[in-house]
Write a protein that binds this ligand. Structure first.
Ligand SMILES: Cc1cc2nc3c(=O)[nH]c(=O)nc-3n(C[C@H](O)[C@H](O)[C@H](O)COP(=O)(O)OP(=O)(O)OC[C@H]3O[C@@H](n4cnc5c(N)ncnc54)[C@H](O)[C@@H]3O)c2cc1C
Length: 432
């Protein structure tokens, strides 16, 4: 797998990731050459695109998928693997923005992502180190614990959802060996090897009839007289197009791009920790900092720790050195431990922290999961396929979430956003 190199999106040290080093064998897919026709063309071989392709093919559509790099080369194959049900925006935020009825409908729909992913893993026999051990959010301050309590109350009252448990500092410490003020434990969360899940999804899509072309960057989208997507060596003419390039999509459809912002995020994998395991409950963990730390144990006993964001286009020269201080602040007992892998990826965020999903005519898109896309991306892909094959009701519910564009237009959104982010990151340092 490490030799499956590609020019497109090969930055941020994907080749050095723990996931690439432990990837299941997967076939190469030849690049597009010449002009072909299909019912649907998908741009992007991450979980959004693959799920859209799989579900459309299962409904009888002829589907061609173009991936600029290799399958799983984007966020889907690089992320923390934390399976966190729901949306990035909490229950109270949803109620405030949409009222209780719509908030509950959105919550229920987003929650479906968990069951969908578990079903796909089982149905297609995907080996991806799935652990249904739950997800814990550690409170950095005592006011965060009060916040958890208010959120749990809203979840119970409005969403009729009671699968969360507020933990005391001592109870949290028994699950993860770092001193939080308390925690909220979401029993229905978990974690998995995201690249192996993505490769499994690709295998399922191919079995359903999808034709995948890797190393095939979509460089131009023509809408008239019909949809046609061009690479430098060919084109796909189709009735519908799904844009599933997330943070990497760039200029194919400017209306889609103006509502997401790519942010660099970095992860390390330690040496196998053996008896020094710091997460006895083997849960996925994140904390309440604005620049969130998130971590979990891998199947072979390493700590996979994500921490630190960068709002400038260039990654840090030494990713391990960039993440290590965040890890050692959380786990001083791991000071000096060996780091075997370090890599990064681009998280696409929106102004509302809700996904941007919808369509302009026959141009469909879904992206901007704002750091909560491991399972939500598979659901979004399915909603796109449902809409394209005639039932848009559930996609329509999601597309009402449309976030505002970033202020400053495409030229200024970066600098203005960086200023805002730096302010919140500084607040983290004062709180922690
Ligand atoms: C470091 C990191 C950690 C994260 N951790 C978590 C986590 O623990 N839990 C969680 O829920 N979420 C997490 N996320 C977010 C989650 O990974 C993403 O939301 C999700 O994977 C997005 O999936 P996608 O298929 O939409 O996009 P991607 O997986 O990025 O796929 C897009 C694909 O499109 C291809 N592409 C783009 N443009 C073109 C083009 N023009 N032509 C052809 N191909 C193109 C890219 O090469 C890429 O393969 C994390 C993200 C990152 C980067």
């Amino acid at each position: 797998m490490a030799s499956r190199s590609t020019g497109f999106n090969s930055g941020l040290d994907i080749g050095k990731s723990y996931y690439v080093a432990t990837a299941n064998p997967a076939p190469d897919h030849r690049a597009l050459a010449g002009d072909v026709e299909a019912d649907m063309v998908v741009v992007g071989g991450g979980c959004t695109g693959l799920s859209a392709a799989l579900h459309a093919a299962e409904r009888g559509l002829k589907v061609v998928l173009l991936e600029g790099g290799k399958i799983g080369w984007g966020a889907s194959g690089r992320n923390g693997g934390q399976m966190i049900p729901g949306l990035r925006k909490g229950a109270r935020g949803l109620v405030k923005s949409f009222g209780p009825e719509r908030a509950k409908a959105l919550f229920d729909l987003a929650f479906e992502a968990r069951g969908l992913v578990l079903d796909i893993i089982e149905r297609h026999g995907i080996e991806c180190d799935l652990r249904q051990t739950g997800h814990l959010v550690g409170a950095v301050t005592s006011s965060d614990v009060r916040d958890f309590e208010d959120e749990a109350e809203c979840l119970a009252k409005v969403m009729n959802f009671t699968d969360v448990e507020i933990l005391s500092a001592a109870e949290a410490r028994r699950m993860v060996d770092t001193p939080y003020q308390g925690a909220v434990y979401e029993r229905l969360g978990g974690h998995m090897h995201p690249l192996n899940y993505t490769l499994g999804l690709a295998r399922a899509a191919v079995a359903a009839g999808v034709v995948i072309h890797e190393n095939s960057v979509a460089v131009r989208l023509e809408r008239e007289p019909s949809i046609r997507v061009f690479t430098d060596k060919g084109s796909v003419r189709a009735k519908h197009v799904v844009l599933a390039g997330d943070a990497l999509l760039k200029g194919l459809e400017p209306r889609v791009n103006s509502r997401i912002m790519p942010v660099g995020n970095y992860i390390v994998a330690t040496e196998p920790l053996g008896a020094r395991n710091v997460i006895p409950a083997n849960v996925a963990v994140s904390d309440t900092l604005f620049v969130v730390n998130y971590y979990r144990m891998s199947a072979d006993g390493r700590l996979l720790f994500g921490g630190g964001e960068r709002y400038t286009p260039s990654p840090p020269a030494d990713i391990a050195g960039f993440v290590r201080p965040h890890m050692e602040k959380t786990f001083p007992q791991l000071k000096g431990c060996r780091i075997d892998h370090a890599w990064g990826g681009l998280v696409s965020i929106t102004t509302s922290r809700l996904p941007h999903v919808g369509h302009y005519g026959e141009v469909y898109f879904a992206h901007g999961y704002s750091g909560k896309g491991v399972i939500l991306s598979t659901l979004s892909g399915k909603l796109l396929a449902e809409a394209i094959t005639g039932d848009a009701s559930r996609l329509d519910l999601f597309s009402t979430l449309t976030p505002l564009p970033f202020p400053g237009g495409t030229a200024l959104r970066g600098p203005l956003y960086v200023l805002g982010m730096l302010w919140y990151a500084m607040r983290d340092r004062l709180r922690h």
